[in-house]
Design a binder for this molecule. Structure first.
Ligand SMILES: [Zn+2]
Length: 275
């Protein structure tokens, strides 16, 4: 009898050990994560372009009706939008804080998003590829639009670099196997990298501050790609930064490299926020 009891206890102990070892292994690999305490959790949503209802959508676009549906759902479920500058300033956060981000600076952010933000009194950060404003590119926000949105207090203008979003021959697209966004070219010297990449990031910051007249606190990495040789520089210049890795941000880990959740037409916001 005694023997059997020892046997069962031994099995239980071995199982507990296996579970613990497995959990530690998964946690270390980033596969399994401890739940984030509610007072430290910040969902960050990522949007890009908005189109009129009925127009085709891809992973970068949603319709204006869907945008309104998301803002209504968030309001009805007690979410309160915050801006990067509020996070950076250490202001007390509202109940159920949420950060809405728009990348690339499409003109639709002014024409279709801004009226909805005003109607629902919700806030968003719009991160622009500053070169587009300086050359008055079609389909992108003008400086006047940026200023008007920023002056409302509902929109903060963030940086998405000056012209490092593969704006040359690639037309802003990701280059598989190539040098993307703020990545360093292995061939380039320290001084060449500093001039090409760090200079571009600094220019984006300074142009927004000058043209919009507000502090610039947010950087959305082009393609979500970080660069070790630029990390200290970016963190020094921008108190809040975001990548495209999926997940809820844990404010206990600071305000840099916040993960985000992509919002697409094929999934309800409620489901996206559950991930
Ligand atoms: Zn982008």
């Amino acid at each position: 009898m005694k023997k059997i009891r020892v046997g069962i206890l031994g099995v239980a102990a071995a199982a507990a050990l296996c579970f613990t070892a497995g959990a530690v292994y998964l946690y270390a690999r980033g596969v399994w994560q401890m739940p984030i305490p509610a007072d430290r959790a910040l969902p960050v949503l990522m949007y890009h372009h908005i189109v009129e209802d009925g127009e085709p959508c891809n992973d970068m676009t949603i319709t204006v009706s869907r945008m309104e549906q998301d803002l209504r759902w968030l309001t009805e479920h007690g979410y309160h939008t915050v801006l990067p500058r509020e996070l950076a300033g250490g202001e007390p956060l509202p109940e159920k804080p949420l950060l809405i981000t728009f990348d690339d600076g499409y003109r639709s952010n002014y024409e279709l998003l801004f009226p909805l933000l005003q109607a629902y009194q919700m806030k968003a950060v719009v991160s622009i590829m500053v070169y587009m404003q300086d050359v008055s590119a079609d389909n992108f926000l003008s400086w006047d639009m940026c200023r008007e949105m920023a002056d409302s207090g509902l929109v903060e203008i963030g940086s998405h670099a000056y012209s490092l979003h593969n704006l040359g021959d690639l037309g802003g697209n990701f280059d598989p196997g190539g040098i993307n966004g703020i990545q360093r070219d292995p061939e380039e010297s320290d001084s060449a990298f500093e001039a090409r990449v760090l200079g571009d990031i600094q220019k984006s910051h300074d142009r927004i501050a000058q043209a919009v007249g507000q502090p610039v606190t947010f950087f959305a990495y082009p393609f979500g790609i970080t660069e070790p040789d630029a990390e200290a520089f970016v963190h020094e210049l921008f108190p809040v930064t975001a990548v495209t890795r999926h997940g809820t941000a844990d404010l206990g880990k600071g305000l840099h490299e916040l993960p985000r959740m992509t919002v697409t037409m094929d999934r309800e916001l409620e489901d996206i926020l559950k991930d």
